[in-house]
Design a protein around this ligand. Structure first.
Ligand SMILES: Nc1nc2c(c(=O)[nH]1)N[C@H]1C(S)=C(S)[C@@H](COP(=O)(O)O)O[C@H]1N2
Ligand SMILES: [Mo]
Length: 230
């Protein structure tokens, strides 16, 4: 990317998303209380270690539809399209050109297991989204994964600083069974909101239910509110 105007537009898109996040935090005091979102066991924000109804697991279970796509880093692509001015397709190299983030966060599966303190490496989803210059009314994200899985979250959740596109866990390349080469993590939400083998992010003006959301799971999915079903 050499075009100056283009860089300015991306920076502007990033600032707009940031302003949106801050406005949401101000408008929702319960989310702004205590420790900030993100970074570190912090997605507990001062709460007990485990959300209601969860139990601790030491191992890291694999939970998915049973299809594990085999994708090399060099072949991985992420399309960002829909309600945005600059739809684009990112390569793994493109991810490496963004700010690299090391973060530690917890992982809560709605089936009641939680794994605490996973060290991740990746990039902030908001940084990748800014490249596509989302429209102001792009209120929702619809994730498409290479195994056919889909899930949805609102933009305000997507732009939290601990929501990452991750390609390493525990200092090693993200294993294929856990969604490698690249998956999404949503530490503030139940783990089904984080698509493994992420392939496409569709920006939407109206919310659309993904796979589990159509099968009875919550659109919002807040572990600390025991918000599992709808
Ligand atoms: N592509 C894809 N992503 C997915 C799923 C899936 O079936 N396919 N399952 C979700 C569910 S229900 C959970 S709990 C987590 C599990 O991630 P893990 O297998 O790495 O523990 O991935 C989520 N992301
Ligand atoms: Mo899950």
């Amino acid at each position: 990317m050499t075009d100056r105007g283009k860089i300015e537009r991306i920076v502007e898109a990033r600032m707009k998303l940031r302003a949106r996040f801050e406005a949401k935090m101000r408008a929702t005091p319960s989310l702004a209380d205590g420790a900030p979102q993100g970074s570190g066991p912090p997605n507990r924000h001062g709460m007990p270690e485990l959300p209601p109804g969860q139990h601790l697991t030491k191992k890291w279970p694999v939970l998915d539809l049973g299809i594990h796509p085999d994708i090399a880093r060099a072949d991985w692509r992420l399309e960002i399209d829909g309600a945005c001015a600059a739809p684009r397709t990112l390569t793994f190299e493109d991810l490496l050109s963004l700010e690299q983030v090391d973060d530690v966060s917890d992982f809560h599966c709605v089936t009641t297991w939680s794994k605490l303190g996973i060290p991740w490496r990746g990039v902030r989803l908001v940084d990748a989204l800014a490249l596509a210059e989302p429209e102001d009314d792009a209120g929702f994200l619809f994730f498409h994964a290479s195994d056919g899985y889909t899930t949805n979250i609102p933009m305000e959740e997507a732009i939290k600083p601990d929501v990452l596109l991750v390609y390493e866990a525990f200092g090693a390349p993200l294993e294929q069974v856990h969604g490698g080469p690249v998956r999404v993590i949503t530490p503030q939400l139940y783990a089904w909101k984080g698509a493994k083998w992420i392939a496409r992010i569709e920006l939407l003006r109206e919310n659309r239910r993904g796979f589990w959301e159509r099968n009875g799971y919550s659109n919002t999915a807040h572990p600390w509110r025991n918000d599992r079903y709808s």
